[in-house]
Design a protein around this ligand. Sequence first.
Ligand SMILES: Cc1cc2nc3c(=O)[nH]c(=O)nc-3n(C[C@H](O)[C@H](O)[C@H](O)COP(=O)(O)OP(=O)(O)OC[C@H]3O[C@@H](n4cnc5c(N)ncnc54)[C@H](O)[C@@H]3O)c2cc1C
Length: 296
Amino acid sequence: MKPAPFEYRAPESLEAALDLMAEHGSEAKLLAGGQSLIPVMNFRLAQPAILVDLNRIEALDYLRPQDDGSLRIGGLTRLRQVERMADLPRHSALLAEALPWVAHPQIRNRSTVGGTLSHADPAAEVPAVCLVEGARFRLARKGGERWVPAADFFRGLFDTALEPDEILVEVELPAPRERTGTSFQEIARRHGDYAMAGVAASLRFASDGRIDEGSLVFLSVADTPLVASEASAMLAGEAPSESLFEAVARHAATAEVDPAGTIHATPDFTRHLVGVLTRRALAAAAKRANGEGETT
Ligand SMILES: Cc1cc2nc3c(=O)[nH]c(=O)nc-3n(C[C@H](O)[C@H](O)[C@H](O)COP(=O)(O)OP(=O)(O)OC[C@H]3O[C@@H](n4cnc5c(N)ncnc54)[C@H](O)[C@@H]3O)c2cc1C
């Protein structure tokens, strides 16, 4: 299929792009890596009158480590560039572990951070990571901007808090916290395929060795990345143990996720995967929080 006719604009500054979005609103679509938008346009599921190509806006392409240990990433930064940042694990071990799961290197060479977040595919890895990390997103529009926490950004299937005239210009990942371990686990039929199920997990220990805070976010089990707040709450105040992780995994799989099933996985099989992945993720995160084994 070929896309419906459209007007193509390639502004060279953020201001010019924001002007175009203010003028054309929902008639326009932003083009970043094109890895999702172009297929969608070719199938004519999207028929924008105007395509606003962000690729000439160099000011949106950066990785900026901050003095406080947080990391700021420009909306147009390619996933491969983030993955190759030498000290990425020091800023977000979880993101470093998750990125190689996103499609293939060729696709990550084009896909952008802003694109994968704005597209809001419930099977995408980076949104789940941003939720566990407590990231926030800077959304710009002509004459203003606002910060939106990841927790308020993902609204529904391919739906976000972005207004039609807004551009996601920056992601802020907060500095890693002490005594915290993370883990990203996923099952896909072949490497590079979208996840049949996946989980991003984080455990923070208190000084007495108990779990201070746990966070579990699942992908590919709902219309959005799913924040498992009940299972996460079961971890707080408890001593880490296999039996605790087993109980949390069982609760997540049976009570918190409600997968619709796909041609590759029935709802029951998806629940099974959620249980297995949760156990693995919590065990790995606990080891890392204790400084055992590998650090990512
Ligand atoms: C074969 C294949 C396999 C894939 N597998 C995976 C996978 O396993 N996991 C995964 O997460 N993804 C996967 N993807 C998707 C890929 O990562 C996409 O690139 C990504 O989802 C969209 O990023 P993009 O930069 O290409 O955005 P585009 O395709 O250019 O845009 C996507 C949407 O976001 C909007 N948009 C883009 N940038 C911005 C911005 N800065 N502000 C506001 N709106 C914006 C666009 O208007 C459009 O609606 C796969 C893609 C392919 C082709």
